[in-house]
Design a protein around this ligand. Sequence first.
Ligand code: NAG
Length: 279
Amino acid sequence: MGLHPPPTAMAAAAVSLFFLFLIYLVVLPSPGGATTAHPGYPQEEECGLGELAVVRREEYGGGRIVDISHAYREEMPGWELQEGLGRFLRLTRSMDDGDVAYFSELRLPAHSGTHVDTPGHVFRRYYEAGFDVDTLDLDVLNGPALLLDVPRDKNITAEVMKSLHIPKGARRVLFRTLNTDRQLMWKTEFDTSYVGFMKDGAQWLVDNTEVKLVGIDYLSVAAWDDLIPSHLVFLESREIILVEALKLDHVEAGIYDLHCLPLRLRGAEGSPIRCILIK
Ligand SMILES: *[C@@H]1O[C@H](CO)[C@@H](O)[C@H](O)[C@H]1NC(C)=O
């Protein structure tokens, strides 16, 4: 009997072996290359027929979260650009050249795609004082927001603003305009006939509402004809944040939780921004 371990010791050894086996199972890469799949892709795409299919989504959580940022694309329109953004991403190192990883560099106007403007954009004194993207108030950029439709036959004037009856207390308003109907953000060539705020419309908002975040569906909140005057009216107090080129197609007008996060680019007067609506 002395040669045989007691039953409790045998049980303990069996249990240890079992756990070792479990660890072996977990650590060993499983066949079929499942471990090479990107963790962000949906589960069902990790298996399949040896083909890696990518699904791009505009909504998440069964429609609970709506992405209202545009994807950056080479053919996306850019400010005063005839031929769109062009090649904004360049691989500086590549596995094709025997490197251990892909490594790319971004070259993008700060005001491209869905983006935010800071007070420094149009005021020299604010620019020099450092009112950059990193100073924007995340409290303004995140919270309840009203998405509303504006009349399709006019730019946003004081008269239009008055007719919208924006409720007192609304701090964040996203203005959906003819730009969405015309799908301007899907047309490569920059189009100056977009709808935006005329100076008196911007002034009306400043004087008569509590709105601190103004969102719009093309590259500028200000109509081309009042480009600088409208920006000046909005940004002078440094209390209003302008979010431009939002993707407002396929979302119903109404109240949502808005979440917008710009990059912390020190010294930048504008930045790409990711914005989502939560129902
Ligand atoms: C808005 O203003 C632009 C010029 O800034 C003009 O080209 C466009 O036709 C106007 N849109 C409407 C709907 O009036």
